[in-house]
Design a protein around this ligand. Structure first.
Ligand SMILES: [Zn+2]
Length: 100
């Protein structure tokens, strides 16, 4: 049973790396308005085609009540991603979540 489990984990990890529905890269920040718009368009497309879904909103309460992290999840490999919109001097991010 242990062997089966580790094989499954290995296969699962392969799937993570090969997933076509996820975003290819993590984004540390959106340096320009254009890079944000391009990302936002891609995200909207992936949501529209059910490749990923919005699963959670985590308010951080720092700036206002609409402010926080948007959590998305891939429908294929179930990888979760966290998104923070850029706002004024803060450039936002889009990163994989390590703790699932
Ligand atoms: Zn995926």
């Amino acid at each position: 049973m242990k062997v089966h489990n580790s094989l499954y984990a290995c296969w699962n990890q392969k799937l993570f790396r090969m997933c076509e529905n996820c975003f290819k890269n993590e984004i540390d920040s959106f340096p320009t308005e254009e890079s944000w718009i391009r990302f936002d368009l891609e995200l909207t497309k992936k949501l529209g085609t059910q490749k990923i879904k919005h699963v959670q909103f985590k308010p951080d309460g720092v700036r206002d009540k609409d402010d926080g992290e948007y959590i998305y999840q891939c429908n294929s490999c179930h990888q979760k991603w966290k998104l923070k919109d850029p706002d004024y001097s803060f450039r936002g991010y889009f990163l994989k979540m390590k703790d699932q």
